[in-house]
Design a binder for this molecule. Structure first.
Ligand code: FE2
Length: 278
């Protein structure tokens, strides 16, 4: 099975990159499932229902969120209506929405998709993500109750992300980090068969400070005084993500590769999936 995950969509330029590139990626690579992190899609902070619908229209099957899940207050309401819109599953009880979904693909395959949030250098401090994810993995074991497992681990610390990847190794098809908005080069298949990447990077303008127009962040570092609201940078975005191919019997990864298109970063296509294309 082919899985594509795209990192945090930041503001309008990120949304435009998804709208521009994702339909072509779908027809070119024929992924069974596309998951997109949309927690910064609404001007950098949260997501609206209209923007969520736009990501689906561009080709996302599932949208994940993160610490900014509810920055747009309407998300507290509309998240209840969409089983394919996921906030971190370790949010304490009583939080609207859900953090896990068993998605059926067009070809009848079942993919368990979930998101958890780390607890190192990130707010709010949620419940233990290791215990929360472990419960879900035990309830829906890979290759028995589902054909693939994709986990978006939304966290700041690379140490916590790597530990989390190893914790899930052998029980998930892909553990991909989000939130730091900078793509890492450590994509690998862990010894137990789980594809892992510390951070997918963002779908956003890299002439920025993690997607935000650089003027205000710089001035906050230099003068320690906020002057205006942060706003997303508006240049052409680089679409950043990761592609994974799984074994149909075991659900484990047989290929993991970075994906980058457009904007300022070097392009990365999925060479193994380019067969047959000029
Ligand atoms: Fe985040």
């Amino acid at each position: 099975m082919r899985l594509i995950f795209l990192g945090d969509v930041v503001g309008r330029s990120g949304r435009e990159a998804v709208a521009q590139h994702l339909p072509g990626l779908r027809s070119r690579y024929r992924p069974d499932l596309v998951v997109v992190n949309g927690e910064n899609a609404a001007h950098g902070f949260g997501i609206t229902e209209e923007i969520f619908q736009g990501l689906l229209a561009a080709g996302a099957d599932v949208v994940t969120l993160g610490n900014h899940a509810f920055d747009q207050r309407e998300a507290l309401i509309f998240i209840e209506r969409y089983p394919n819109l996921l906030r971190p599953l370790n949010w304490p009880q009583g939080c609207p929405g859900r953090g896990v979904a068993l998605v059926e693909t067009a070809t009848g395959k079942r993919v368990l998709v979930m998101q958890a949030m780390g607890r190192v250098m990130i707010e709010p401090m949620l419940d233990d993500p290791f215990a929360a994810v472990s419960r879900e993995l035990d309830a829906c074991p890979l290759s028995q109750a589902c054909d693939a497992v994709l986990i978006d681990f939304h966290a700041e610390a690379s140490s916590e992300k790597m530990a989390f990847g190893h914790f899930c190794d052998g029980r998930a098809s892909l553990v991909v980090g989000t939130h730091t908005h900078v793509p890492t080069a450590d994509h690998q298949i862990l010894p137990g068969g789980t594809a892992y990447l510390t951070d997918a990077g963002m779908c956003g303008d890299y002439n920025s400070v993690i997607g935000m127009d650089k003027t205000e962040p710089l001035q906050r570092f230099l003068r320690k005084l906020p002057v205006e609201r942060m706003r997303p940078a508006e240049g052409e975005a680089t679409l950043c993500g990761v592609a994974v191919e799984t074994d149909d019997q075991t659900g484990k990864a047989v290929l993991v590769a970075p994906l980058r298109l457009g904007g300022r970063l070097d392009e990365a296509r999925i060479a193994a999936w380019e067969n047959g294309f000029a």
